[in-house]
Design a protein around this ligand. Sequence first.
Ligand SMILES: Cc1ncc(COP(=O)(O)O)c(C=O)c1O
Length: 381
Amino acid sequence: MQKKYLMTPGPTPVPSEVLLAQARPAIHHRTPDFSAALMEAVNGLKYVFQTENDVLIMGSSGTGVMESSISNCFCAGDKIIVTHNGKFGERMTQISEAYGLNVIDMAFEWTEVVSPEAVAEALKANPDARGVVVTQSETSSGVLNDIKTIGETVAGYPDCVFIIDSITGIGAVECKTDEWGLDVVMTGSQKGLMLPPGLAAISVSEKAWRAYERSTLPKYYFDWAKYRKSLEKETTPFTPPGSLIIGLAEAIKMLREEGIENTIARHSRLAEATRRGCEALGLKLFAPPEGRGSAVTPVWVPEGVDGKAIVKVMKDTHGVTIAGGQDDYAGRIIRIGHLGYFGNFDIIVTLAALEMTLAQLGYGFERGAGIKAAEAVFMGE
Ligand SMILES: Cc1ncc(COP(=O)(O)O)c(C=O)c1O
């Protein structure tokens, strides 16, 4: 037997409280019992998203709600500014193009933040843009984008909705939906919400509802109004992922107990320990200092070491699953997830496994240095 550790930025570990809630015998979704769980989940999501806006729950992975943000806010031919500095932002460009939007594609390097100044310039040059899209926490690159500053600019354009992919942001980094004027914010269950995959949530502001009223793109399963109308009757338009919603109500209880500010502080501590631990091993951080998120820490694979072998040895020999790089960065970076149900000792275990793996692969460094650096963060040193 080998004890397993899931250290990826999604799926993430599911606490036993949530697993047990999900293991209860199925209940029918048109019952008061289910409505109570649904409303607990929806109100809990409002707490986590820090919003009074509508929050809609859908049975899909994150990409489903990403697609819904486009099909519900726009008409074919609408101009939209899509920023990206990683794989998931690129997906928003692909979805927008699939729906026939006129995309102003703002590509940044994966090692850069999305520049708020560049977005302001793009809006000035295209005041008729109907939307701006930013990935808050870009999981492929670990970069945290400054949606607060960009939001201040977008707020000056009354017909332009600000769409945020916070799929690995929610529950890991600050995301003040109302205070920062974020019109559409989305997340997926297998991330900071500490659930298995299969459920996604999206918040919709008044401004985004106005865009919805004007939108003529085709939609059915992901038609936001269907979900809003059903929620008024404390139900869902289609058969919901019932056990995930019951699990979500339980996960929300845990998040409320911790308090969202403490949850975010915990993630920031885990990220800092991971960064300091990796740097103590001589590894270089991938994300730039001005935009390092708390959901995942990507680091460059050192010269002469096979990056794919690091992931494989950590998993096969030590039982610790981390993520590799994506697209151009496959084999060149490794990514350690610490989003959701994680504590200090998950980081210690992962750094220990990383040290043993690097030693096995012939990389020279001071053994124990990574763990020592992480311990220093946890001890407030
Ligand atoms: C930032 C971000 N956006 C979008 C997605 C896509 O979500 P899903 O794989 O659940 O469809 C992910 C998944 O990892 C993500 O991390």
